[in-house]
Design a binder for this molecule. Structure first.
Ligand code: HEM
Length: 405
Protein backbone atom coordinates (compact mmCIF):
# COMPACT_ATOMS: atom_id res chain seq x y z
CA UNK A 1 0.00 0.00 0.00
CA UNK A 2 1.56 3.38 -0.99
CA UNK A 3 1.89 5.92 1.81
CA UNK A 4 -1.48 7.55 2.35
CA UNK A 5 -0.89 10.69 4.38
CA UNK A 6 -3.85 12.94 3.55
CA UNK A 7 -2.98 15.48 6.24
CA UNK A 8 0.52 16.13 4.90
CA UNK A 9 1.45 19.30 3.03
CA UNK A 10 2.71 17.18 0.13
CA UNK A 11 -0.68 15.49 -0.32
CA UNK A 12 -2.54 18.82 0.02
CA UNK A 13 -0.29 20.40 -2.62
CA UNK A 14 -0.70 17.52 -5.08
CA UNK A 15 -2.68 14.36 -4.24
CA UNK A 16 -2.44 13.01 -7.80
CA UNK A 17 0.86 11.06 -7.49
CA UNK A 18 -0.64 9.20 -4.50
CA UNK A 19 -3.79 8.49 -6.49
CA UNK A 20 -1.67 7.20 -9.40
CA UNK A 21 0.23 4.87 -7.03
CA UNK A 22 -3.09 3.53 -5.68
CA UNK A 23 -4.39 2.95 -9.22
CA UNK A 24 -1.19 1.08 -10.09
CA UNK A 25 -1.77 -1.58 -7.39
CA UNK A 26 -2.77 -4.89 -8.91
CA UNK A 27 -5.23 -5.51 -6.05
CA UNK A 28 -7.04 -2.73 -4.14
CA UNK A 29 -5.65 -2.70 -0.59
CA UNK A 30 -6.86 -1.92 2.90
CA UNK A 31 -5.67 1.39 4.35
CA UNK A 32 -5.18 1.66 8.10
CA UNK A 33 -5.64 5.45 7.76
CA UNK A 34 -9.24 5.15 6.56
CA UNK A 35 -10.05 1.58 7.71
CA UNK A 36 -11.30 0.90 4.16
CA UNK A 37 -10.23 -0.91 0.98
CA UNK A 38 -9.29 2.03 -1.22
CA UNK A 39 -10.53 2.06 -4.82
CA UNK A 40 -8.78 4.45 -7.20
CA UNK A 41 -9.43 3.01 -10.67
CA UNK A 42 -12.45 4.34 -12.58
CA UNK A 43 -13.74 0.82 -13.34
CA UNK A 44 -13.57 -0.32 -9.70
CA UNK A 45 -15.13 2.86 -8.28
CA UNK A 46 -17.93 2.80 -10.85
CA UNK A 47 -18.64 -0.92 -10.29
CA UNK A 48 -19.08 -0.41 -6.53
CA UNK A 49 -21.02 2.90 -6.78
CA UNK A 50 -23.59 1.30 -9.09
CA UNK A 51 -23.95 -2.03 -7.22
CA UNK A 52 -27.18 -2.12 -5.15
CA UNK A 53 -25.59 -4.54 -2.64
CA UNK A 54 -23.03 -1.82 -1.76
CA UNK A 55 -24.68 0.55 0.70
CA UNK A 56 -23.94 3.82 2.48
CA UNK A 57 -25.59 2.83 5.75
CA UNK A 58 -25.45 -0.39 7.78
CA UNK A 59 -28.66 0.51 9.64
CA UNK A 60 -30.69 -2.70 9.93
CA UNK A 61 -27.74 -4.84 8.78
CA UNK A 62 -25.67 -4.99 11.98
CA UNK A 63 -26.27 -5.58 15.69
CA UNK A 64 -26.50 -2.63 18.11
CA UNK A 65 -23.15 -3.70 19.64
CA UNK A 66 -21.44 -3.75 16.23
CA UNK A 67 -22.96 -0.38 15.31
CA UNK A 68 -21.65 1.14 18.55
CA UNK A 69 -18.19 -0.40 18.09
CA UNK A 70 -18.01 1.05 14.56
CA UNK A 71 -19.18 4.44 15.77
CA UNK A 72 -16.57 4.42 18.54
CA UNK A 73 -13.82 3.42 16.11
CA UNK A 74 -14.74 6.48 14.01
CA UNK A 75 -15.10 8.71 17.11
CA UNK A 76 -18.70 9.33 16.02
CA UNK A 77 -20.24 8.18 19.33
CA UNK A 78 -21.51 10.34 22.20
CA UNK A 79 -22.82 13.06 19.84
CA UNK A 80 -26.60 12.97 20.31
CA UNK A 81 -27.50 15.70 17.79
CA UNK A 82 -24.94 14.59 15.20
CA UNK A 83 -26.10 10.96 15.51
CA UNK A 84 -29.73 11.89 14.91
CA UNK A 85 -29.47 14.59 12.26
CA UNK A 86 -26.16 14.11 10.45
CA UNK A 87 -25.25 10.43 10.72
CA UNK A 88 -28.71 9.62 9.42
CA UNK A 89 -29.83 11.42 6.25
CA UNK A 90 -31.04 11.02 2.69
CA UNK A 91 -27.36 10.49 1.78
CA UNK A 92 -26.82 7.97 4.57
CA UNK A 93 -29.81 5.77 3.82
CA UNK A 94 -30.44 3.13 1.18
CA UNK A 95 -33.22 1.22 -0.54
CA UNK A 96 -36.84 2.25 0.09
CA UNK A 97 -36.09 4.94 2.69
CA UNK A 98 -33.52 6.55 0.40
CA UNK A 99 -35.86 6.42 -2.61
CA UNK A 100 -38.72 8.00 -0.61
CA UNK A 101 -36.56 10.85 0.75
CA UNK A 102 -34.84 11.53 -2.57
CA UNK A 103 -38.14 11.64 -4.44
CA UNK A 104 -39.47 14.34 -2.10
CA UNK A 105 -36.77 16.85 -3.05
CA UNK A 106 -35.62 15.63 -6.49
CA UNK A 107 -38.11 17.80 -8.39
CA UNK A 108 -36.67 21.00 -6.89
CA UNK A 109 -33.19 20.25 -8.25
CA UNK A 110 -33.80 19.47 -11.92
CA UNK A 111 -32.25 21.83 -14.47
CA UNK A 112 -35.72 23.06 -15.45
CA UNK A 113 -36.87 23.69 -11.86
CA UNK A 114 -33.70 25.69 -11.20
CA UNK A 115 -34.03 27.88 -14.31
CA UNK A 116 -35.95 30.66 -12.52
CA UNK A 117 -33.12 30.95 -9.99
CA UNK A 118 -30.61 32.12 -12.59
CA UNK A 119 -31.62 35.80 -12.46
CA UNK A 120 -31.34 35.88 -8.68
CA UNK A 121 -27.88 34.26 -8.73
CA UNK A 122 -26.71 36.69 -11.43
CA UNK A 123 -27.92 39.77 -9.53
CA UNK A 124 -26.32 38.54 -6.31
CA UNK A 125 -22.97 37.73 -7.98
CA UNK A 126 -23.00 41.07 -9.77
CA UNK A 127 -23.59 42.88 -6.48
CA UNK A 128 -20.65 41.06 -4.88
CA UNK A 129 -18.39 41.92 -7.82
CA UNK A 130 -19.26 45.65 -7.45
CA UNK A 131 -17.13 45.67 -4.30
CA UNK A 132 -14.13 43.82 -5.71
CA UNK A 133 -13.54 44.69 -9.34
CA UNK A 134 -10.64 47.15 -9.43
CA UNK A 135 -10.29 47.06 -5.65
CA UNK A 136 -6.73 45.71 -5.30
CA UNK A 137 -5.92 42.14 -4.22
CA UNK A 138 -8.75 40.13 -2.70
CA UNK A 139 -8.97 36.60 -1.36
CA UNK A 140 -11.32 35.12 -3.95
CA UNK A 141 -12.28 32.34 -1.50
CA UNK A 142 -13.18 34.31 1.64
CA UNK A 143 -14.38 37.51 0.02
CA UNK A 144 -16.25 36.13 -2.98
CA UNK A 145 -16.75 32.35 -3.36
CA UNK A 146 -17.68 31.76 0.27
CA UNK A 147 -20.74 34.03 0.03
CA UNK A 148 -22.42 32.45 -2.97
CA UNK A 149 -23.62 28.93 -2.00
CA UNK A 150 -25.09 29.93 1.38
CA UNK A 151 -27.06 32.68 -0.31
CA UNK A 152 -28.33 30.50 -3.16
CA UNK A 153 -29.12 27.31 -1.20
CA UNK A 154 -30.56 29.38 1.67
CA UNK A 155 -32.85 31.10 -0.86
CA UNK A 156 -33.97 27.76 -2.30
CA UNK A 157 -34.66 26.36 1.13
CA UNK A 158 -36.38 29.51 2.35
CA UNK A 159 -33.87 30.87 4.88
CA UNK A 160 -33.56 34.67 5.21
CA UNK A 161 -30.64 36.09 3.17
CA UNK A 162 -29.00 37.66 6.22
CA UNK A 163 -28.60 34.20 7.81
CA UNK A 164 -26.31 32.92 5.01
CA UNK A 165 -23.00 33.57 6.89
CA UNK A 166 -24.31 31.67 9.91
CA UNK A 167 -25.43 28.76 7.71
CA UNK A 168 -21.97 28.64 6.18
CA UNK A 169 -20.29 28.53 9.60
CA UNK A 170 -22.49 25.67 10.83
CA UNK A 171 -21.96 23.74 7.59
CA UNK A 172 -18.19 24.08 7.85
CA UNK A 173 -18.13 23.05 11.50
CA UNK A 174 -20.15 19.91 10.78
CA UNK A 175 -18.39 18.98 7.54
CA UNK A 176 -14.83 19.32 8.97
CA UNK A 177 -15.61 16.29 11.16
CA UNK A 178 -16.03 13.97 8.14
CA UNK A 179 -12.31 13.81 7.31
CA UNK A 180 -9.67 11.49 8.74
CA UNK A 181 -8.55 13.77 11.62
CA UNK A 182 -11.55 13.53 13.93
CA UNK A 183 -10.07 15.25 16.98
CA UNK A 184 -12.03 15.90 20.20
CA UNK A 185 -12.00 19.63 19.50
CA UNK A 186 -13.52 19.12 16.04
CA UNK A 187 -16.03 16.69 17.56
CA UNK A 188 -17.25 19.27 20.08
CA UNK A 189 -17.53 21.93 17.35
CA UNK A 190 -19.50 19.57 15.09
CA UNK A 191 -21.92 18.59 17.85
CA UNK A 192 -22.57 22.18 18.99
CA UNK A 193 -23.02 23.34 15.39
CA UNK A 194 -25.52 20.51 14.73
CA UNK A 195 -27.47 21.44 17.87
CA UNK A 196 -27.60 25.15 16.98
CA UNK A 197 -28.43 24.37 13.35
CA UNK A 198 -31.26 22.09 14.59
CA UNK A 199 -32.68 24.82 16.87
CA UNK A 200 -32.52 27.33 14.01
CA UNK A 201 -34.33 25.00 11.58
CA UNK A 202 -37.05 24.24 14.16
CA UNK A 203 -37.69 27.98 14.61
CA UNK A 204 -37.78 28.52 10.83
CA UNK A 205 -40.15 25.58 10.47
CA UNK A 206 -42.51 27.12 13.05
CA UNK A 207 -42.50 30.38 11.08
CA UNK A 208 -43.28 28.63 7.80
CA UNK A 209 -46.01 26.53 9.40
CA UNK A 210 -47.71 29.79 10.34
CA UNK A 211 -47.02 31.46 6.97
CA UNK A 212 -46.15 29.01 4.16
CA UNK A 213 -44.19 30.28 1.15
CA UNK A 214 -43.08 28.87 -2.17
CA UNK A 215 -39.87 27.35 -0.79
CA UNK A 216 -38.38 23.96 0.00
CA UNK A 217 -39.05 24.18 3.74
CA UNK A 218 -42.76 24.85 3.17
CA UNK A 219 -42.86 21.88 0.77
CA UNK A 220 -41.22 19.62 3.33
CA UNK A 221 -43.66 20.78 6.02
CA UNK A 222 -46.50 19.71 3.72
CA UNK A 223 -44.74 16.35 3.14
CA UNK A 224 -44.45 15.83 6.89
CA UNK A 225 -48.10 16.74 7.47
CA UNK A 226 -49.16 14.18 4.87
CA UNK A 227 -46.92 11.45 6.32
CA UNK A 228 -44.24 11.35 3.63
CA UNK A 229 -41.58 12.51 6.11
CA UNK A 230 -41.24 11.16 9.63
CA UNK A 231 -39.40 11.79 12.90
CA UNK A 232 -36.02 13.45 12.39
CA UNK A 233 -36.21 13.38 8.59
CA UNK A 234 -37.37 16.99 8.16
CA UNK A 235 -34.36 18.43 10.00
CA UNK A 236 -31.81 15.96 8.59
CA UNK A 237 -32.97 16.61 5.00
CA UNK A 238 -32.74 20.41 5.41
CA UNK A 239 -29.30 20.08 7.02
CA UNK A 240 -27.98 17.79 4.30
CA UNK A 241 -29.13 20.11 1.51
CA UNK A 242 -27.50 23.09 3.18
CA UNK A 243 -24.27 21.26 3.93
CA UNK A 244 -23.72 19.12 0.83
CA UNK A 245 -23.50 22.02 -1.58
CA UNK A 246 -21.69 24.55 0.55
CA UNK A 247 -17.99 23.79 0.86
CA UNK A 248 -18.00 21.84 -2.41
CA UNK A 249 -19.16 24.89 -4.39
CA UNK A 250 -16.63 27.18 -2.67
CA UNK A 251 -13.82 24.67 -3.28
CA UNK A 252 -14.55 24.07 -6.96
CA UNK A 253 -14.85 27.81 -7.62
CA UNK A 254 -11.42 28.29 -6.08
CA UNK A 255 -9.70 25.33 -7.72
CA UNK A 256 -11.20 26.03 -11.15
CA UNK A 257 -10.19 29.70 -11.14
CA UNK A 258 -6.71 28.68 -9.95
CA UNK A 259 -6.52 26.13 -12.81
CA UNK A 260 -7.59 28.77 -15.34
CA UNK A 261 -4.99 31.20 -13.98
CA UNK A 262 -2.38 28.51 -14.68
CA UNK A 263 -3.88 27.89 -18.16
CA UNK A 264 -4.04 31.38 -19.74
CA UNK A 265 -4.87 29.90 -23.16
CA UNK A 266 -8.01 28.24 -21.80
CA UNK A 267 -8.97 31.40 -19.91
CA UNK A 268 -8.64 33.48 -23.09
CA UNK A 269 -10.71 31.00 -25.11
CA UNK A 270 -13.50 31.06 -22.53
CA UNK A 271 -13.51 34.85 -22.39
CA UNK A 272 -13.77 34.90 -26.17
CA UNK A 273 -16.52 32.28 -26.42
CA UNK A 274 -18.69 31.79 -23.30
CA UNK A 275 -20.62 29.07 -25.21
CA UNK A 276 -17.65 26.85 -24.30
CA UNK A 277 -18.45 27.28 -20.60
CA UNK A 278 -20.75 24.26 -19.97
CA UNK A 279 -18.15 21.87 -21.41
CA UNK A 280 -15.35 23.66 -19.55
CA UNK A 281 -17.30 23.46 -16.30
CA UNK A 282 -17.71 19.69 -16.78
CA UNK A 283 -13.91 19.52 -17.08
CA UNK A 284 -13.38 21.73 -14.01
CA UNK A 285 -15.29 19.18 -11.90
CA UNK A 286 -13.25 16.29 -13.34
CA UNK A 287 -9.86 17.94 -13.08
CA UNK A 288 -10.13 19.03 -9.42
CA UNK A 289 -13.06 17.09 -7.98
CA UNK A 290 -14.07 19.00 -4.85
CA UNK A 291 -15.50 15.96 -2.99
CA UNK A 292 -13.00 13.24 -3.90
CA UNK A 293 -13.76 10.55 -1.31
CA UNK A 294 -16.92 8.64 -0.24
CA UNK A 295 -17.54 5.09 0.99
CA UNK A 296 -19.76 2.02 0.58
CA UNK A 297 -20.28 -1.04 2.80
CA UNK A 298 -20.56 -4.42 1.04
CA UNK A 299 -23.67 -6.37 2.04
CA UNK A 300 -22.60 -9.23 -0.26
CA UNK A 301 -19.32 -10.74 -1.46
CA UNK A 302 -18.01 -8.95 -4.53
CA UNK A 303 -15.32 -9.55 -7.20
CA UNK A 304 -13.20 -6.74 -8.62
CA UNK A 305 -10.81 -7.62 -11.46
CA UNK A 306 -10.81 -11.23 -10.27
CA UNK A 307 -10.08 -10.31 -6.64
CA UNK A 308 -12.54 -11.42 -4.01
CA UNK A 309 -13.84 -9.09 -1.27
CA UNK A 310 -16.17 -10.54 1.36
CA UNK A 311 -19.45 -9.08 2.60
CA UNK A 312 -18.59 -6.66 5.42
CA UNK A 313 -15.80 -4.93 3.46
CA UNK A 314 -15.96 -1.14 3.50
CA UNK A 315 -14.72 0.43 0.27
CA UNK A 316 -13.27 3.95 -0.01
CA UNK A 317 -14.40 5.40 -3.35
CA UNK A 318 -11.77 7.86 -4.56
CA UNK A 319 -13.81 9.75 -7.14
CA UNK A 320 -10.92 12.25 -7.47
CA UNK A 321 -8.51 9.42 -8.38
CA UNK A 322 -10.95 7.71 -10.77
CA UNK A 323 -11.29 11.03 -12.60
CA UNK A 324 -7.55 10.98 -13.43
CA UNK A 325 -7.51 7.33 -14.59
CA UNK A 326 -5.77 7.00 -18.00
CA UNK A 327 -7.94 3.92 -18.67
CA UNK A 328 -10.98 6.20 -18.67
CA UNK A 329 -9.65 9.57 -19.87
CA UNK A 330 -7.19 10.45 -22.59
CA UNK A 331 -4.28 12.42 -21.03
CA UNK A 332 -6.12 12.70 -17.72
CA UNK A 333 -3.65 15.16 -16.15
CA UNK A 334 -4.29 17.70 -18.91
CA UNK A 335 -6.98 20.33 -18.30
CA UNK A 336 -8.91 20.34 -21.58
CA UNK A 337 -11.98 22.59 -21.79
CA UNK A 338 -13.07 20.80 -24.99
CA UNK A 339 -12.79 17.28 -23.55
CA UNK A 340 -15.52 15.03 -24.93
CA UNK A 341 -16.77 12.57 -23.86
CA UNK A 342 -16.24 13.45 -20.20
CA UNK A 343 -18.22 11.04 -18.05
CA UNK A 344 -16.45 11.83 -14.81
CA UNK A 345 -17.48 10.72 -11.33
CA UNK A 346 -17.18 14.04 -9.47
CA UNK A 347 -20.93 13.90 -8.71
CA UNK A 348 -20.84 10.17 -7.96
CA UNK A 349 -22.83 7.58 -9.90
CA UNK A 350 -25.79 5.31 -9.25
CA UNK A 351 -28.47 5.71 -6.59
CA UNK A 352 -26.68 8.51 -4.70
CA UNK A 353 -25.75 10.62 -7.75
CA UNK A 354 -25.45 14.21 -6.51
CA UNK A 355 -28.84 15.80 -6.19
CA UNK A 356 -27.37 19.29 -6.51
CA UNK A 357 -25.30 18.78 -9.66
CA UNK A 358 -27.47 21.08 -11.80
CA UNK A 359 -27.39 23.75 -9.11
CA UNK A 360 -23.60 23.46 -8.87
CA UNK A 361 -23.29 23.85 -12.66
CA UNK A 362 -25.72 26.79 -12.72
CA UNK A 363 -23.73 28.66 -10.05
CA UNK A 364 -20.48 28.06 -11.92
CA UNK A 365 -21.92 29.17 -15.25
CA UNK A 366 -23.37 32.40 -13.91
CA UNK A 367 -20.27 33.23 -11.87
CA UNK A 368 -17.88 32.74 -14.80
CA UNK A 369 -20.17 34.66 -17.17
CA UNK A 370 -20.24 37.59 -14.75
CA UNK A 371 -16.54 37.40 -13.96
CA UNK A 372 -15.68 37.51 -17.66
CA UNK A 373 -18.20 40.28 -18.36
CA UNK A 374 -17.00 42.51 -15.54
CA UNK A 375 -13.23 42.04 -15.76
CA UNK A 376 -10.66 42.58 -18.48
CA UNK A 377 -8.10 40.42 -16.67
CA UNK A 378 -7.80 38.31 -13.57
CA UNK A 379 -4.31 38.01 -12.10
CA UNK A 380 -2.86 35.83 -9.39
CA UNK A 381 -1.52 37.89 -6.46
CA UNK A 382 0.12 35.33 -4.14
CA UNK A 383 0.59 31.70 -3.14
CA UNK A 384 -2.31 29.26 -3.28
CA UNK A 385 -2.07 26.61 -0.54
CA UNK A 386 -4.65 23.80 -0.70
CA UNK A 387 -6.57 22.32 2.23
CA UNK A 388 -5.28 19.09 3.75
CA UNK A 389 -7.51 15.99 3.94
CA UNK A 390 -8.99 13.24 1.84
CA UNK A 391 -12.65 14.31 1.72
CA UNK A 392 -12.27 17.78 0.28
CA UNK A 393 -10.13 19.39 -2.41
CA UNK A 394 -9.86 23.16 -2.73
CA UNK A 395 -7.60 26.16 -2.03
CA UNK A 396 -7.46 27.67 1.45
CA UNK A 397 -6.92 31.11 -0.07
CA UNK A 398 -6.75 32.42 -3.63
CA UNK A 399 -5.30 35.96 -3.80
CA UNK A 400 -6.30 37.64 -7.06
CA UNK A 401 -6.69 41.07 -8.62
CA UNK A 402 -9.80 41.62 -10.72
CA UNK A 403 -9.11 44.29 -13.33
CA UNK A 404 -12.18 46.20 -14.56
CA UNK A 405 -13.18 46.17 -18.24
C1 HEM B 1 -20.41 21.80 -6.02
C2 HEM B 1 -20.07 20.62 -6.25
C3 HEM B 1 -20.68 19.36 -5.73
C4 HEM B 1 -20.07 18.15 -5.80
C5 HEM B 1 -18.70 17.86 -6.38
C6 HEM B 1 -20.97 17.17 -5.22
C7 HEM B 1 -20.67 15.83 -5.13
C8 HEM B 1 -21.53 14.87 -4.64
C9 HEM B 1 -21.26 13.46 -4.65
C10 HEM B 1 -19.98 12.81 -5.15
C11 HEM B 1 -22.33 12.83 -4.11
C12 HEM B 1 -22.54 11.31 -3.98
C13 HEM B 1 -21.99 10.76 -2.69
C14 HEM B 1 -21.78 9.26 -2.73
O1 HEM B 1 -21.55 8.68 -3.81
O2 HEM B 1 -21.82 8.63 -1.66
C15 HEM B 1 -23.30 13.84 -3.75
C16 HEM B 1 -24.52 13.61 -3.18
C17 HEM B 1 -25.38 14.62 -2.82
N1 HEM B 1 -25.24 15.98 -3.10
FE1 HEM B 1 -23.72 16.87 -4.03
N2 HEM B 1 -22.09 17.81 -4.80
C18 HEM B 1 -21.98 19.14 -5.11
C19 HEM B 1 -22.93 20.12 -4.90
C20 HEM B 1 -24.16 19.90 -4.32
C21 HEM B 1 -25.18 20.90 -4.13
C22 HEM B 1 -25.08 22.35 -4.62
C23 HEM B 1 -26.20 20.30 -3.46
C24 HEM B 1 -27.52 20.86 -3.01
C25 HEM B 1 -27.78 22.05 -2.75
C26 HEM B 1 -25.84 18.90 -3.27
C27 HEM B 1 -26.63 17.97 -2.64
C28 HEM B 1 -26.34 16.62 -2.58
C29 HEM B 1 -27.23 15.65 -1.95
C30 HEM B 1 -28.55 15.94 -1.26
C31 HEM B 1 -26.61 14.39 -2.10
C32 HEM B 1 -27.15 13.04 -1.64
C33 HEM B 1 -27.86 12.36 -2.78
C34 HEM B 1 -28.32 10.95 -2.45
O3 HEM B 1 -27.79 10.32 -1.53
O4 HEM B 1 -29.25 10.49 -3.12
N3 HEM B 1 -24.60 18.71 -3.80
N4 HEM B 1 -22.77 15.09 -4.10
Amino acid sequence: MPDLDPLSDTFAADPYPTYAALRALDRPEHSHVTGMVMLARYGDVSAIATNAAMVRSLEGHESKADALARQEAMNWDGMPYHERFVQFSLLDSDGDIHRRLRKLVFGKFTARALDPLEGMVRAYVDGLLDDFVCAGPIDFIAQFAAHVPGHVIGHLLGAPAEDAPQLRQWSEEVVQFFDVDRTEQKKTLAEIATRDFHDYLLALKAEREATPRDDLISGLIEDEREGRLQGDEFISTCMLILMAGHGSTIDVLGSSLHTLLKSPGAMAELRGDPALLPNAIQEMFRYESPLPFFHRHALEDVELRGHHFPAGTTFGLLYGAANRDPEAFNEPDTFDIRRSPNRHLAFGQGAHLCLGNHLARLNMKVIYEQLFARTSEINLAGDVPYKPGLSVRGPKVLPVVLEAV
